[in-house]
Each structure stands twice: as C-alpha cells, then as structure tokens.
Design a protein around this ligand. Structure first.
Ligand SMILES: Cc1cc2nc3c(=O)[nH]c(=O)nc-3n(C[C@H](O)[C@H](O)[C@H](O)COP(=O)(O)OP(=O)(O)OC[C@H]3O[C@@H](n4cnc5c(N)ncnc54)[C@H](O)[C@@H]3O)c2cc1C
Length: 379
C-alpha cells in the first residue's frame, strides 16, 4: 500500500532534515511506497506534475543529498531480506543491521559493512559504502550482483551483464539515475570471533604503512587530539582464530563477530544522551591518492585544533581498494580521509567547519583526489 502525507510545513520534521542538520528543505510531499510497482507509480505521478523526486533511506548523508522541495520518496517500507547460499536479496530500505540479522544465523555475512549498521542498503550503495574490509573487498557497491531499479517510471533489473551502463550509473549515483528498490548482495562465511588489535602510530605516513603491511580482514585508523598534538592509532582486526597480533600491537580485545559489527551502538547511545547526535555534522570526506595522502592529512591536521573537530568529532583514515564503481571517481590506490566534525557548543561554528571542508577539498583536488559525495561541502 502506498502511503502519502502532506507538506512538511515545519521543515524541521524528519523528512526536511538529514544527519548533517545544516540544510533544511521541506518536501512538498512524502511518499512511502511498499513495493517496486508503487515506486514506479510515484515516479510517474511526480513526472506528470513536473516535480523532482528524491529517494531517501534514513537520511544519513550530511548536506541535503537526500532532501528535496519536491517529492521525498521514503524507501524504508521496502524491507525484507531473502538469504540464499552465497547471496541475499534485500529491499532497498532494509538496513545492514537487518541484513546481518538474517544472514548471521546461517553463518554468513556481507563482506563489507559500514561502521554504523543503521544505514540502508539503497542509501549506501548509492553513496558507495566504505568499510574496514574495503582494502580487501572494495566498497559495498563492488559487492552487488544485481539491482532492481526504477528508471523513467519503469521497474527494471540491471547487473554487470544486463544493462551494465545503468548498473554503473546507479551505484554511487546518489539516486540521480534511478531508484534502487532491491539489491542482490554477495555473502561470505562469517567468523565466530574476531581479535581487535590497537597499533599506536607515529604519524599519518606510519598509519598508511601499517595499513598496507598488516594482513588483517579489517583495518582502520583514527587521529585523536592530545596535549602533544594529534595522536595516531591504527586498528587491525583478525577474523577467526588465525594469527598472532601484528607487530606494534599495544592492546587486544577478543569479541564475538556480531558484537564487533555492532561496536558503534554504545557510542551512538552515549552521543544521543549527550545531545551530540542531534547537533550539526559538517563532515569532510575525501578520497586521496596513496602517494600524496600522508602529506594532505598532515597538512590538514597541522592547521586544526580539537575545537575545529567538535567534542564528538572523529578523524578517520582508511586505505582501501575500489573495484569498479565509476561514479565514485576515486583515484587509484585511494585512502579515505574523513574529518567527521560535530558543531558542539564552544567549538568552531558551522560556517567555519564548512569553509574548512572546502579547503580540504581544494587541497585534495590539487593532490589528484576527489570527494566522497555524502560529505558537507557548499557550492
Ligand atoms: C553515523 C554514520 C556512520 C556512517 N558510516 C559510514 C560508513 O561506515 N561507510 C560509508 O561509506 N558511509 C558511512 N556513512 C555516510 C553516508 O552518509 C551513508 O553511507 C549514506 O548516506 C547512507 O545512509 P542512508 O541509508 O541514510 O542514505 P540517505 O542518506 O538517505 O541517502 C544517501 C543518498 O542516496 C540516495 N538514495 C537513498 N536511497 C536510495 C535508493 N533506494 N535508490 C537510489 N538512491 C537512493 C539519496 O537520495 C542520497 O543521495 C555514515 C553516516 C553516518 C551518519
């Protein structure tokens, strides 16, 4: 059944805002389809009225990418996950948490998961979807076998073999080339337990060296403000029972795989309780070419204080591999550098943080890199 509601006149409701909390944009109408045919009906009806249609998962993009003054297509009703031998077919509105809940009892998992599980399949495939496993498996968009998509008001299927140009346009396409209604996701055996290893690093170049040289299923790194400047710390996670902690490990923690996948939940609960989750999030996110990455990261952090990041901001550094997702336009041998800012009270203002994101993007482009398009950069 197709649900529709009237204008979001306040502009402050869920539909008019996103996680970034910077752009406010009330839609003229919200449509909540329950099937691919209802998505097609909604797209045709909006086209007949000359209205823009923008698909929306859970609105975790940070600068209005899922917002519109036209028709907001809320895809959360397209749920359901069918698990087969080595693949699952998931509704575009299902979350990675819902996919895992269906696959883990069968000993299977998607090879790449986002750090936060409450993001939708359609939303992350439309962004790209980077995870700690992306150095081995590419992005989430690289691990899709086929997509059901509504294009020009018609439901069609695409894959690397069938309508390959559409398949390439939709993955990483931010909803501009079609509405994903379902995705066939690759699955791999899930480990029962994992060993999380913390490796202190000297600087950004050392982080990238550790990430390149460490044989681990999951790698990531953060830079954290300290009294002596930025402190760098890599994470390497070994799946299953195999392997000793990598050289340089200072701390280890063994966890069930399910708990590891859901590791952000306590932090999210704390940030919600502190009010930080609801504050504006001007996130800068870029893909840097490996040979220039350390220099851009060091230069950016040298010009930054803790107040420029916000109380709950995070600096993320991840070397990865992008298989074949042309819309991402990532450089060869890319490194994701995320300056995930929160405009906390007493810290830099939203305009200051946006200007800093702009400067980071300029530096990135000069170095041959590009943006991750769910970021917050004006203009
Ligand atoms: C706490 C948090 C953690 C995050 N972690 C990661 C991470 O680990 N890795 C990563 O890569 N990103 C991450 N992101 C960034 C990114 O914003 C999301 O990957 C992306 O926006 C998905 O969120 P969503 O499902 O809410 O999609 P939305 O933000 O609602 O949509 C994202 C874009 O896709 C379009 N879209 C949505 N659904 C569809 C559809 N079915 N068909 C076509 N287009 C569609 C929208 O119009 C929009 O342009 C994170 C964001 C947050 C807030």
């Amino acid at each position: 059944m197709l649900h529709s509601s009237g204008p979001d006149s306040s502009g402050r409701g869920r539909e008019g805002r996103d996680f970034g909390g910077i752009v406010e944009c009330p839609p003229v109408r919200v449509v909540r389809p329950g099937s691919a045919d209802e998505v097609a009906d909604a797209v045709r009806a909006a086209a007949a009225q000359g209205a823009e249609v923008v698909p929306r998962g859970l609105g975790h993009s940070t600068y209005g990418q899922s917002l519109t003054r036209g028709v907001s297509l809320d895809l959360r009703g397209l749920t359901g996950v069918d698990v087969g031998e080595r693949q699952a077919v998931a509704g575009a509105g299902a979350t990675w948490r819902e996919v895992l809940a269906a696959t883990l009892p069968l000993g299977l998992t998607p090879p790449v998961l986002t750090d936060h599980l409450d993001l939708t399949i359609g939303g992350t495939i439309s962004a790209g979807g980077v995870g700690g496993e992306s150095h081995l498996h590419g992005t989430q968009a690289d691990n899709v076998g086929a997509l059901d998509v509504v294009v020009d008001g018609e439901p069609v299927t695409c894959s690397p073999a069938v309508r390959p140009a559409l398949f390439d346009a939709v993955r990483g396409g931010l909803g501009r080339h079609g509405v994903i209604t379902a995705a066939t996701l690759r699955l791999v055996p899930a480990p029962e337990r994992v060993l999380c290893c913390t490796i202190p690093c000297l600087d950004a170049a050392d982080v990238l060296r550790v990430q390149r040289e460490t044989a681990a299923e999951y790698i990531s790194a953060q830079a954290k403000p300290s009294e002596d400047g930025w402190r760098y710390e890599a994470k390497a996670v070994l799946y299953g029972d195999g392997g000793a902690p990598p050289a340089g490990t200072s701390e280890t923690e063994e966890l069930p795989y399910a708990a590891f996948c859901d590791r952000m939940r306590p932090d999210v609960e704390e940030l919600i309780a502190l009010g930080e989750w609801a504050r504006p999030h001007p996130w800068g996110m870029v893909f840097l070419p490996m040979p220039r990455a350390a220099a851009v990261i060091e230069a950016t952090l040298a010009a930054m204080t803790a107040g420029d990041l916000g109380r709950s901001g995070v600096i993320l550094i991840k070397a990865l591999r992008v298989g074949r997702v042309p819309m991402l336009a990532a450089p060869a041998d890319p490194v994701l550098f995320g300056v995930l800012r929160t405009a906390s009270p007493g810290c830099a203002s939203v305009p200051e943080m946006l200007a800093a994101n702009r400067a980071l993007l300029d530096l990135t482009r000069a170095a041959g890199g590009t943006r991750y398009a769910v970021d917050s950069v004006p203009g």
